[in-house]
Design a protein around this ligand. Structure first.
Ligand code: SF4
Ligand code: SF4
Length: 442
């Protein structure tokens, strides 16, 4: 194999992670937490096995172009369920991104992934693609294509159809004029909202609901011009240079706004922003990146810190499915539950294996239709068995993946973002911040 200098540098970048790689003590505690190992039973498809392969590359014992390395790293969801259970604190997600940077130098990701990453890297392109996606969704074409196409080709259309707003007014509940007390009616702090790329493009209704519920809980919500895609999908695909370029733009944009908090309503983006310090290690903006990372909060954390205020009842049984990048990567567990508990009428149903990935994992459902389909199918079964009337999550990818699985199975169960139910509760209580109306929803 003839390696370019660039490829050799990338392999050296993984070798520089020796300390992290050596911290794995091979105990195997992570194996039962890993969705791919549980289903395939192959050591090489476990966290421990993948770390072993990475170490072999770092030590020059395994060719980074080898099929075995690509196959087993490709099959990893990047869900990071292996991290919280690891007694040695192996930073698996960090290592996976560095390893994928190495493999990427030898084999490009699928064309669809490269197109997606290129689209997300430029706001003007993202805007055009989002406009087209909303047109296909709004015309009913997405739902129709999902119904008639074979499952593999219908999946992207089903995901798009599943991103449409759900009318929560269908669920019963009293309409009262009273808003409950939060911890702060005003002065909770200045929040700059990451508006995201997919979130801004096709989940605008979630962003608007986020602004309303934060304001109702005393936060000043700032608009930050010049912000970009967070770069999470670029990093997961091993395009660390692409991710760094986007991170630098965001660091500059949020530095100018100088907020108390950077609020994020997409778990994958929140996890990426919290790791900007590591991503930009050694960069001229490293200090600013670490400052930004320290201010990042999931919207559920901000709401829980403020109370949150209760609104009018929304009588609905829900299944809470925590996004992997909220639970495992950001370790945010209680705040979303506190938000659900604050909404009168909401009953939380038990969800089996709730902490397991839904199979979405960025574009995994499309690049690995077999294994992703099995993992997604198990999630769909668990959601149906929970007896819930509504599924609640906090990440656009999970919302689309679970919604698509249910849609393709012909189920009526819908998936919404956490803030949407709280927003509906406030709408019923007649609460709207100055200059906002709840009729502004998409
Ligand atoms: S990130 Fe998820 S799929 Fe990958 S090794 Fe860890 S638990 Fe398994
Ligand atoms: S739990 Fe941690 S230390 Fe144990 S095998 Fe898994 S990665 Fe290695």
């Amino acid at each position: 194999v003839t390696r370019t200098r660039e490829e050799a540098d990338r392999t050296r970048a993984l070798a520089a992670e020796e300390e992290h790689l050596l911290s794995c003590v091979h105990c195997g505690f992570c194996l039962p937490a890993c969705p791919t190992y549980v289903r395939l039973g192959d050591e090489a498809d476990s966290p421990r096995g993948r770390l072993h392969l990475m170490r072999a590359v770092a030590e020059g014992r395994l060719d980074p172009a080898s099929n075995v390395l690509h196959r087993h790293l490709d099959r990893c969801l990047g869900c990071r369920a292996c991290e919280p259970v690891c007694p040695s604190g192996v930073p698996y997600g960090h290592l996976l991104e560095r390893a994928r940077e190495v493999t990427r130098a030898h084999r490009s990701p699928p064309l669809a992934v490269r197109i997606l990453l290129a689209l997300l890297a430029r706001r003007s392109w993202t805007r055009v693609a989002s406009w087209a996606a909303r047109l296909v969704r709004g015309s009913g074409l997405a739902g129709a294509a999902a119904r008639v196409l074979p499952r593999r080709w219908g999946l992207p259309f089903a995901m798009l159809a599943a991103s449409a707003p759900t009318d929560l007014r269908a669920w019963p509940g009293d309409v009262t004029g009273a808003m409950g007390e939060g911890r702060h009616a005003t002065g909770s702090g200045r929040v700059a909202l990451l508006d995201g790329c997919v979130q801004r493009g096709i989940f605008g209704h979630v962003n608007r609901a986020t602004v309303r519920v934060l304001r109702a809980n005393g936060y000043d919500v700032l608009t930050v011009p010049g912000q970009k895609c967070c770069g999470a999908l670029h990093a997961h695909a091993g395009d660390l240079e692409g991710a760094r370029a986007l991170a630098r733009r965001n660091v500059e944009a949020f530095r100018i706004a100088d907020p108390d908090w950077i609020g994020v309503n997409a778990a994958g983006c929140g996890a990426a922003l919290r790791e900007y310090g590591d991503l930009l290690e050694g960069d001229r903006l490293e200090h600013e990146a670490r400052t930004l990372a320290s201010r990042v909060r999931d919207v559920s954390e901000l709401l829980a810190a403020a109370g949150p205020r209760g609104g009018a009842p929304v009588r609905v049984d829900v299944a809470w499915d925590p996004p992997c990048h909220l639970l495992h990567a950001q370790r945010v567990h209680e705040p979303p539950l506190q938000v659900l508990e604050a909404i009168p009428g909401v009953v939380r149903r038990d969800l089996a294996r709730a902490s397991e990935c839904c199979g979405g994992a960025g574009v995994y459902g499309m690049t690995h239709p077999g294994l992703g389909g099995r993992i997604g199918g198990d999630k769909t079964s668990a959601l149906l068995e929970s007896g819930a009337e509504l599924v609640v999550t906090a990440n656009p990818g999970c919302q689309m993946q679970m919604g698509a699985g249910l849609l393709l199975d012909g189920r009526r169960l819908r998936v919404v973002h956490l803030v949407e139910i709280l927003d509906e509760s406030y709408r019923r209580a007649g609460a709207a911040a100055p200059g906002e109306t709840h009729e502004e929803r998409a």
